[in-house]
Design a protein around this ligand. Structure first.
Ligand SMILES: [Zn+2]
Length: 313
C-alpha cells in the first residue's frame, strides 16, 4: 500500500505487461489476460507493456503478431514504451544460460522425449525427469537439451488471486529444460530474463501458467533477479472444459464491435458493468472500467466457462 502525503510523490511503482504468443489472432481467452493486466496496471496508475512471445518460431503464424497488435490498438489497449520481441533476444538468453553454467546449475541431457516418457513418473506438468544425465552424459551419447537442477526445497509464493502456491520442484517437476533439443531457449528461461529486462513489477496472466511460476521464481533466484508480484486470472474454457485457444477453434476478437468484446471480458471477470456500457465508445468504456476495476471481485478459480458470460447477457 502506498500513502501519499501532501507534496510527496507516490513511491510505489507499478509496471505490468501482456505477453501474447503470435500463434493466431487474439481471441476471448487471450483478451481476458490483456484486459485484466491492463486494468490492474491503469487503475493503479501503472505502466503497461506488450511483449511478443515469438520465441517458438516454428509455431508462430506469419502476420499473427501484426494482427494482434492492430487488434489491441483498435480496442484502445494502448501500451507504453517499446514493444519487445523474444525472437530478437537470443543474446540475452545465451548470457543467462552462461550464468547458470558458471553456477554449475545446469547440465546437458541426451535423453529423447520417448526415453523420458518410458522411465518417468508423471508430475504436475508432464513427466518428472528421472535425472538420467545429472551425473554426466551416458557413454556414446551426445547432448540434446540443457537442464537446470531443481533443488529439494519448496518454492512458494502468494498469488494475488489464487492464494498461496507451493511446489516441491524436485519431485513435482524435476530438473527442467532451459534450452531445448531444437536449440531454442525454453519459455521458462526467456520469460524470466525478459521480465527482468523490462523491469516488470507485477505479472497478471492466465492461471494456465500458475504451475510454472515456481520454476520461474527458482530461475530468478539463481540469476539474482527480482521476483515480481503475481496474479493469475481464471482461464476461459469451452463447454468441454478445454481452454479457449486456436486449437479449440476459439473465434478471433472482432474489431468491428470492440466494446462488445471488452464488455464480455468485464462480465467474465465479475466486474458487473452496467448494461448501457455496451453502447459506449471505447474512450468512455475504458474510463468506466479503470475507475470501477476491483481486483477483490475477481473469481478466484483457475478456469471458468466462457458460456457463463453468454448466460448473463
Ligand atoms: Zn537426460
Amino acid at each position: 500500500m502506498s500513502f501519499k502525503k501532501p507534496g510527496e510523490n507516490i513511491i510505489t511503482f507499478y509496471r505490468g505487461r501482456f505477453a501474447p504468443s503470435p500463434t493466431g489472432p487474439l481471441h476471448f481467452g487471450s483478451l481476458v489476460a490483456a484486459v485484466g493486466s491492463f486494468l490492474e496496471a491503469r487503475s493503479r496508475g501503472g505502466e503497461w507493456l506488450v511483449r511478443m512471445e515469438d520465441l517458438d518460431l516454428p509455431r508462430a503464424v506469419p502476420g499473427a503478431a501484426d494482427d494482434i497488435l492492430r487488434t489491441l490498438d483498435a480496442l484502445g489497449l494502448h501500451w507504453d514504451g517499446e514493444l519487445m520481441f523474444q525472437s530478437a533476444r537470443n543474446e540475452a538468453y545465451r548470457a543467462a544460460l552462461a550464468e547458470l553454467e558458471k553456477l554449475g546449475a545446469v547440465y546437458p541431457c541426451a535423453c529423447t522425449r520417448r526415453e523420458i516418457a518410458d522411465s518417468a513418473l508423471s508430475g504436475i506438468d508432464g513427466p518428472v525427469y528421472p535425472g538420467t544425465c545429472s551425473g554426466g552424459l551416458p557413454g556414446g551419447r551426445s547432448a540434446r537439451a540443457m537442464r537446470v537442477r531443481a533443488d529439494s526445497g519448496a518454492v512458494g509464493f502468494d498469488d494475488g488471486l489464487q492464494g498461496r502456491v507451493s511446489q516441491m520442484l524436485a519431485t513435482e517437476v524435476g530438473d527442467f529444460v532451459v534450452r531445448r533439443a531444437d536449440g531454442l531457449f525454453a519459455y521458462q528461461l526467456a520469460v524470466v530474463v525478459d521480465d527482468a529486462e523490462q523491469g516488470v513489477t507485477h505479472i497478471v496472466r492466465g492461471a494456465d501458467l500458475l504451475d510454472s511460476t515456481p520454476r520461474q521464481i527458482y530461475l530468478q533466484k539463481l540469476l539474482g533477479l527480482p521476483t515480481p508480484a503475481y496474479m493469475h486470472l481464471p482461464v476461459a474454457v469451452n463447454e468441454r472444459g478445454e481452454k479457449l485457444s486456436k486449437q479449440t477453434l476459439a473465434p478471433a476478437v472482432s474489431v468491428a464491435n470492440p466494446v462488445g468484446a471488452l464488455f464480455d471480458v468485464l462480465v467474465f471477470l465479475n466486474q458487473s458493468p452496467p448494461s448501457e456500457l455496451i453502447d459506449a465508445d471505447p474512450g468512455s468504456f475504458w474510463k468506466w472500467a479503470i475507475a470501477h476495476w476491483r481486483a477483490g471481485r475477481l473469481p478466484a478459480v483457475r478456469s471458468r466457462p466462457r458460456s457463463r458470460v453468454k448466460a448473463l447477457e
